[in-house]
Design a protein around this ligand. Structure first.
Ligand SMILES: Cc1ncc(COP(=O)(O)O)c(C=O)c1O
Length: 440
């Protein structure tokens, strides 16, 4: 069979059998699915040998390239030992070793890693744990959550309740618990002449006013540290996190860091909250945790939280589970990912890489149609001036024609490439994106 025929056939079968995520399926009448045959490094290949630079790390998960030899080898080794065992009443080496290493990565501030599968399930766990903690310590009135305006924490009902993206949330409003949204520290909202830091201070003052009034019924504030991803890569100054930490301490409210997107080096430090010199009470991790290989998420909690659940009474315990909690293969992929971080001094190496992408992107930053070009660590974003409501889909399609996988959020174009992106690929990404802007 010809590869192109294979690709076409797969596309048809997919449309007939698969309900694709976050998609109005009818749009695929005019926007073809992209059948992928294989991946290598930063590249995805279709059945005709056409290639696409995965500049969005396949929904922000991939760190060290597709089919990374080290992660592949670790998984093959693990396959011959143990693929999965339930984690209630049983344990295994990869789950323990990963929990130990993640706790070390927080400098010991957080420990007792609770595993789940996807980002949203980690958020559900953090919210339930926070609520249950307050109940266990006799503060059952703390039942509400606050999040930032424009926040995104996932699509399950609890995570969606603290999300603030209308397109995803409004349809399900009747199903959701109510939550409060406080001013986002997104520096694009700063007044003329106001620095990102000054604006972060002003946003923290709004948080203070909220907590002053509502702390008695607030269990936790959940934030995406430094970069609010799905709302359009809104970036903010670490000062906000420092002040939010102090306010949460003062008002006895948990601080939940949702580092599902920002963790594992995306913002230039291992965790984004490192840049503020603080530690949260709960840390939600997923996406890059397995290098982009397998679904795995984790919630790390402060020891005081763990201790509040530790008792003879079963109901004081955290009786939450998912069948694949702590899956051995996923944990092993995560351990291989951490090995790469250590052996290849990735955080340091990314500093230079980040400078290079920023330098190569200067024609984009100066482009007359581009607004608010911004960068945090290994994430770049900018708005394109356009009146076209179909901009995102049109840009996506034209980018594919330039061998680029870019998925704008509205009129926000962003780069979040795997860390293995090389010099030539950086030039190709920046150069062709600038050309797409010229041609628009
Ligand atoms: C900050 C943040 N939290 C939670 C999630 C949800 O993760 P998942 O899609 O794995 O459920 C995402 C996904 O994009 C995210 O960016």
């Amino acid at each position: 069979m010809q590869t192109s025929t294979r690709g076409n056939l797969l596309l048809k079968r997919s449309l007939a059998a698969v309900w694709h995520p976050c998609t109005q399926m009818k749009h695929h009448e005019s926007l073809p699915l992209v059948p992928i045959a294989r991946g290598a490094g930063c590249w995805l290949y279709d059945f005709e040998g056409r290639r696409y630079l995965d500049a969005v790390s396949s929904w922000w998960v991939n760190l060290f390239g597709h089919c990374n030899p080290r992660i592949n080898a670790a998984l093959v080794d693990q396959l011959d030992r143990l693929e999965h065992v339930l984690l209630a009443g049983f344990t295994h080496e990869p789950a323990v070793a990963l929990a130990e290493r993640l706790a070390r990565a927080t400098g010991g501030a957080l420990g007792h890693c609770f595993y789940a599968s996807d980002g949203a399930s980690a958020v559900e766990i953090a919210l339930k744990m926070s609520f249950h903690y307050w109940r266990n310590v006799g503060r059952a009135g703390k039942t509400r959550f606050a999040s930032l305006a424009g926040s995104y924490h996932g699509e399950t009902l609890g995570a969606l309740a603290v999300t603030d993206v209308a397109l995803f949330k409004d349809t399900y409003a009747l199903l959701l618990m109510s939550s409060s949204q406080v001013t986002s520290p997104d520096w694009r909202l700063a007044e003329k002449g106001e620095s990102a830091r000054d604006y972060a201070v002003r946003a923290a003052q709004a948080l203070e006013r909220h907590l002053e009034r509502h702390h008695a019924e607030t269990a936790a504030l959940i934030v995406e540290p430094l970069v609010q991803g799905a709302t359009g890569m809104a970036m903010y100054d670490p000062e906000y996190l420092r002040r939010a930490r102090a306010l949460c301490d003062r008002y006895e409210v948990h601080l939940v860091a949702d580092e599902i997107m920002t963790g594992f080096g995306r913002t230039g430090t291992f965790f984004a909250f490192d840049q503020a010199g603080i530690a949260p009470d709960f840390l939600c991790l997923s996406k890059g945790i397995t290098g982009g290989y397998l679904p795995l998420s984790a919630v790390l909690a402060r020891d005081a939280v763990y201790q509040a659940f530790y008792a003879e009474d079963t109901a004081r315990g955290f009786l939450h589970s998912h069948s694949y909690t702590g899956n051995s293969l996923a944990c092993r992929a995560a351990l291989a990912t951490l090995d790469i971080f250590e052996d290849e001094r990735v955080i340091e190496a990314n500093r230079e890489k980040s400078r290079r992408v920023s330098a190569a992107s200067q024609p984009i930053a100066r482009h007359p149609r581009v607004r608010d070009f911004r960068n945090t660590g290994m994430i770049w974003a900018f708005e394109v001036e356009t009146q076209d409501p179909g901009f995102a889909r049109d840009f996506f399609t034209r980018a594919l024609g330039q061998e680029l996988l870019l998925r704008p959020i509205g009129n926000t174009v962003y780069f979040m490439p795997p860390y293995v992106i090389g010099e030539e690929e950086i030039e190709l990404l920046a150069g062709r994106t600038a050309r797409l802007l010229d041609a628009a």
